[in-house]
Design a protein around this ligand. Structure first.
Ligand code: ZN
Length: 665
């Protein structure tokens, strides 16, 4: 799952900051909060409408997903399983009152270990230290009858031992200095690099050597490759994963999907990377199945050398309604192109929309759990992407959970100007953010053309800011078009106002939350949002938009929404001109004037107002629980989802029911 930083980061930040509406108000989205983390629950809409066969497929693939949990703990650090198990045993067997400060601190630590799949923060990758001391832990374990390997004590308590999961520090041996378990003890960066250089596959359809193995040293100090496969490293887990994949074969929707599962089973059994390539190709080609999944060693961010894959799994199925929405926009791509405010000579004569698939996640596991990406873009091998394509999806039900959880954070009340704006936001905010994303992705980026002789790289370092602004403006302009009502995508001509208010407020004010005081804006999407909002603000000659002050706080006020649309349209025309003509000086001026600089006084105010809200920076999920219903002959009659399981309950259950690996692997 390539982390979708480009367009999808935009979606998540946008939706994190806005509220939205969902008919099912009773669903409890927030489950737990501790440290900088918030645990959410996600709904799985339309699961009940899947056929029994599809439900069984999802269930078998979910089992295959959950059985990999230990692998990630061990990949994240060779002591993690021992630490997790000692802590869980103490948690379950603690003989005294749990109503003490020490025990509360201990529980928080264990919750954190579960969240990070180990002892390093999932995002910063720094080791977190217990808030209880070693003496308390040792005494408590003795009282509870919990025995453990004493080697875990310095790993847990000494800040100098394994301080970083993946180090990128200059001058530090990246392999020896990282706590991650992608390399055995005593392996150095130089040794590993030499080994990979000697084994790299330079053919046209290369094997990704090292993707599924740990480089370690044998008793004579020679490097050996310990392959992740049945009979090899993590074989105990892969064997059970294969059992469930084999069960899943019986419920496959078609031959293309069957082939995907068969290739994965063969690859897990042998570790043969040729089979992995064949699996990836089969996976890309399977476009018709409603149910889809990822299961295996995938992203390579956690290996300090970026070669070995981290285990992850996600099972999902197509969200038909949302995919239809994206399709409808795509099918009308030419109409949008023809009616935009851009100069006719910059328009494409023939424009094709792109259809993004929208999916519903049904289970998250490994590196997708509890913290999760919001999009999938695989496979990673460039030659496969080029020759066979890739799949890129957004995950609507997780986004929806973020949105729902953001409600009640007090954000809207703090930053929006009045009750009417808040009410409109709650009614239409999510709809606008989804539609804007679709317009941006499905038609925005694909619109317009370059003049003859203009290079694609003409705008150089400003290219991505300008390109994102172009796609965003295309979306903003059409959000307020009666065409969307005609297509049935919005109910009325009131909805777009929520999207407009959100864009201006975010671009001028609230996105500054993610910038450190005193710093400029660097990231292209953030630049583009400020560029649009500031340009419009500066050109609002008739006070279409204003910033007003009330009790020492600043608020955005929109006086003329139609006027605001005209301004977006004007800027779209100019940004398209800059792009089509490759006008670098104009792009540079546009970015420097509007996109980069931050007003330090306003910035400080925004940060202070945010600090007062109780919003956790990082979020993760609990999964639904699959309940299999059988008749008296043991035949499966239905599968239901249960959404009542808590965070602690879930992790204790996973550790008890899905823990195949030994302490030391
Ligand atoms: Zn984009």
């Amino acid at each position: 799952m390539k982390k979708l930083f480009l367009c999808t980061l935009y979606i998540v930040t946008l939706s994190l900051l806005v509220g939205c509406q969902k008919p099912n108000q009773k669903f409890e989205y927030t489950v737990d909060k501790f440290y900088d983390l918030e645990i959410l629950r996600y709904d799985v809409p339309e699961f009940d409408q899947l056929s029994l066969q599809q439900k069984q497929l999802v269930w078998c693939l979910s089992e295959a997903a959950l059985w990999g949990r230990d692998i990630l703990f061990d990949q994240n650090g060779r002591y993690n399983l021992r630490i997790r198990r000692a802590c869980e045993a103490l948690y379950l067997n603690y003989p005294y009152s749990k109503d003490t400060e020490e025990f509360a601190a201990f529980e928080r630590y264990l919750k954190r270990v579960w969240f990070s799949n180990g002892i390093h923060h999932h995002y910063s990758e720094d080791k977190f230290l217990p808030e209880f001391d070693q003496a308390w832990f040792e005494a408590a374990c003795a009282e509870a009858g919990v025995t453990f390997d004493e080697a875990i004590l310095p790993v847990m308590f000494d800040p100098a031992v394994m301080p970083k999961r993946t180090t990128q520090q200059d001058g530090v041996d990246l392999v020896a200095g990282s706590a991650g378990n992608y390399y055995g003890e005593g392996v150095t960066q130089a040794e590993a690099e030499l080994w990979y250089a000697g084994h790299k596959d330079y053919s046209a359809e290369p094997l990704w050597i090292g993707l599924n193995s740990q480089l370690a040293k044998d008793e004579n100090g020679n490097l050996i490759e310990r392959v992740y496969r049945i009979g090899g490293l993590y074989g105990e887990a892969l064997q059970i994963i294969n059992y469930w994949l084999t069960q899943a074969l019986d419920y496959a929707e078609n031959d293309a999907q069957k082939l995907v599962i068969e290739k994965l089973i063969a690859y897990n059994a042998t570790g043969d990377l040729q089979l992995f390539n064949e699996y990836c190709i089969a996976w890309v080609k399977d476009l018709d199945s409603r149910v889809d999944f990822v299961n295996g060693f995938t992203e390579t961010y956690s290996d300090p050398l970026g070669i070995t894959g981290t285990w992850e799994s996600m099972v999902n199925f197509k969200d038909l309604q949302a995919t239809k929405r994206a399709q409808l926009i795509s099918e009308n791509a030419q109409w949008f192109e023809d009616h935009s405010t851009t100069d006719p000579k910059y328009k494409k004569e023939e424009v094709k929309g792109v259809t993004a698939k929208v999916i519903t996640a049904a289970i998250l596991a490994g590196d997708c759990y509890p913290a999760t990406p919001i999009g999938i873009n695989l496979p990673n091998a460039n030659w496969i992407r080029k020759e066979y394509g890739s799949k890129s999806v957004t995950i609507d039900n997780l986004m929806n959970a973020y949105n729902e959880a953001a409600k009640g954070s007090g954000f809207n009340e703090e930053f929006m100007i009045d009750a009417e704006t808040i009410a409109r936001e709650e009614k239409y905010g999510a709809l606008c953010s989804n539609l804007h994303t679709d317009l941006h992705e499905c038609v925005g980026h694909g619109s317009g053309k370059l003049m003859p002789g203009v290079s694609k790289d003409a705008l150089k370092e400003h290219a991505s800011t300008i390109e994102e602004a172009r796609a965003d403006l295309f979306g903003l302009y059409y959000l307020a078009d009666p065409k969307l009502v005609e297509l049935g995508l919005v109910p009325d001509m009131e909805a777009y106002k929520a999207g407009y208010y959100e864009q201006m407020m975010n671009g001028l004010m609230t996105q500054l939350k993610r910038i450190e005081l005193g710093k400029d804006i660097e990231e292209a999407h953030m630049r583009n949002r400020q560029l649009i909002a500031k340009w419009v603000y500066d050109h609002a000659a008739n006070k279409e938009v204003e910033i007003i002050e009330r009790d020492g706080k600043h608020f955005l006020q929109i006086n003329d929404y139609e006027g605001l649309r005209r301004l977006y349209g004007q800027l779209l025309a100019e940004i398209q001109r800059i792009t089509s003509e490759g006008d670098y000086p104009a792009a540079k001026q546009m970015v420097e004037n509007y996109a980069v600089k931050v007003d330090p006084v306003l910035h400080k105010e925004i940060l202070e107002r945010f600090a007062k809200l109780n919003i956790a920076p990082y979020k993760g999920f609990v999964n639904p629980k699959y309940i299999v219903l059988r008749d008296k002959n043991d035949e499966i009659t239905d599968i239901k989802l249960d959404f009542t399981e808590g965070y602690i309950e879930q992790h204790l259950r996973y550790s008890s029911d899905y823990s195949p690996l030994p302490d030391v692997n």
